[in-house]
Write a protein that binds this ligand. Sequence first.
Ligand SMILES: Cc1cc2nc3c(=O)[nH]c(=O)nc-3n(C[C@H](O)[C@H](O)[C@H](O)COP(=O)(O)O)c2cc1C
Length: 197
Amino acid sequence: MTHRPAPTDIAIHPLIAGRWSPRAYADRDISHAQVLALLEAARWAPSAYNVQPWRFVVFEKARDPEAFARAFALLVPFNRSWNENAQVLIAVLADTLDAKGAANPSAAYDAGAAAMALLLQAHAQGLAAHAMGGFDAQGLKQAFAIPERFAALSVISVAHHGDARALPASLAERELAPRARLSLDEIAQFGGWSDAG
Ligand SMILES: Cc1cc2nc3c(=O)[nH]c(=O)nc-3n(C[C@H](O)[C@H](O)[C@H](O)COP(=O)(O)O)c2cc1C
């Protein structure tokens, strides 16, 4: 399955409604040029003071299978189970310190914005991309000598869309379940905060 658009209450841009987090991947190469386009999209995200605290460590199965395997091994077992056909793993890092060495309170916010830009670009390129928090962040930093000041926030796997029917039954079910969100009433209030909201 490649299409699973959000059943939005109000019409929104198809790129945003159409992005989702697939687990059915096909075992087909992704070109380096496609990967660079994902990173370019992330590069143009907004950030506080334009500090651009996001950093990415990219593992491409086709170009560096040894590094890819080492990164893959740091995913939690559940994530390894459906990522067998992943072609690219992108570790999303945030520089927690600014140029003066002070804490940057916006680092994770900004890196998240960059990650979303990357995910949307992947969807626009017809690729499947899925963010994961289920990985050994400390292990990743140690394995790839990432300095202490960087927080490892997520790993995004990227692949071509595959066939959901090839997934184990429980995962195939999740792949096909309706997409759900809190209602607008639950997430937004107008003119102030009310506990009844
Ligand atoms: C920071 C973050 C961490 C996530 N971690 C995982 C994960 O470890 N494994 C997984 O299968 N999905 C993971 N997801 C995907 C979410 O489950 C998914 O985004 C959510 O269910 C909404 O579905 P959608 O992206 O298809 O709209 C993560 C998403 C984010 C943003």
